[in-house]
Design a protein around this ligand. Structure first.
Ligand SMILES: [Zn+2]
Length: 341
């Protein structure tokens, strides 16, 4: 039965999905059997979460997807009703009547009889989101997307670090450039402070990468990126600014202590202590020392730093293409770019 449905791969309507969800409420998730919900379980949005394609695995995937959908319900009453409507709150199978009574007893503020009127709207808002996801998965052929066997899971994990490093060092570079062309002292300090923060975020991820991989880097065999240039520039982007290993350690430690690793709390922490103030002054003084005009001087260390940041960013982007990001998503069953509808 399952096979025939998959072969047809029917694209459902909103009314159909709403109906299936409403039926699931009536039966309750604990009592639901796969045969009663073939069409619902055939959705790509469900199957993509199943580790093996068996009815029981699809049912487990449905549980998982339901919980996600519930979390995203905006209406307060519907969101609170959802676990009772589907029966996910209880390990035991309970009839709908009993579940609605429990909802009332749990202070939802409406009598069970009236709660029944909310079941249709609840099924409908959940169908909205489920169909939105379904359309995206189908549009991108996500379910059957093959992944690149040659790309090892560890390489993808390495890419997570490298792309984060590239992101933060590029941001540090842009902020440092903005500081160099600032129109007044306030703007200079603002951008220079932000550049220090972004550079510190880069330092911390680079440090974590070193710990996780102990200096092992690997790019694809056919990579157009230059591995040794990437390694060299990642290191130079750490060591060209005039802050030594111990000062960089102070920065990493204070970043961890800063509220949510945010810019303002981080600078506040540094400013509140002698060592931190000294580091900020050193950083500002270093940026101020650049007096390059239109053409950057080959001796200018600030401009060398900007070049190293650029080299690293470009090499990482060459290596980690969109293809690999989708590959990672397919392998780990995640959606890299799903935003709330
Ligand atoms: Zn310069």
């Amino acid at each position: 039965m399952f096979e025939s449905l998959v072969a047809e791969d029917h694209e459902p309507t909103h009314a159909e999905v709403t109906g299936w969800l409403r039926q699931l409420m009536t039966e309750g998730i604990r009592d639901a059997v796969a045969d009663d919900f073939e069409e619902l379980l055939a959705l790509h949005a469900i199957r993509i979460l199943a580790l093996v394609d068996l009815p029981s695995a699809r049912l487990a995937a449905l549980h998982q997807r339901l919980r996600e959908l519930m979390r995203g319900i905006e209406n307060e009453r519907l969101r609170r009703l959802a676990p009772f409507a589907f029966g996910t709150y209880s390990a035991d199978p309970l009839p709908l009547e009993a579940r609605l009574l429990h909802a009332t007893q749990n202070g939802i503020g409406v009598q069970p009889r009236t709660l029944r009127n909310y079941l249709g709207p609840l099924a409908s808002v959940m169908a909205d989101r489920l169909l939105w996801l379904e359309e995206r998965l189908r549009y991108n052929s996500w379910l059957n997307r093959p992944f690149d066997e040659e790309l090892h899971d560890e390489t993808l994990r390495q890419y997570d670090f490298l792309s984060a490093m590239a992101f933060w060092i590029e941001g540090a570079k842009l902020d440092a450039e903005a500081a160099l062309s600032a129109v007044d002292e306030e703007e200079f300090r603002d951008y220079a402070g932000s550049a220090l923060w972004r550079w510190t975020r880069y330092l911390r991820i680079a440090h974590r990468f070193d710990e996780a991989f102990q200096g092992t880097w690997s790019f694809r065999k056919d990579s157009k990126a230059d591995l040794s240039e990437a390694i060299r520039s990642s290191w130079d982007a750490q060591t060209v600014p005039p802050l030594g290993p111990r000062e960089r350690s102070v920065l990493r430690v204070e970043l961890l202590a800063a509220l949510q690793e945010e810019l303002h709390p981080f600078l506040r922490l540094l400013e509140s202590q002698h060592e931190g103030t000294r580091i900020i002054d050193k950083w500002l003084g270093w940026l101020r020392a650049c007096d390059c005009q239109d053409e950057p001087s080959p001796e200018c260390m600030v401009h060398r730093f900007l070049r190293e940041a650029q080299t690293f960013y470009e090499n990482i982007n060459m290596e980690i293409s969109e293809h690999h990001r989708t590959d990672r998503a397919a392998r780990f069953q995640t959606l890299p770019d799903v935003h709330e509808p």
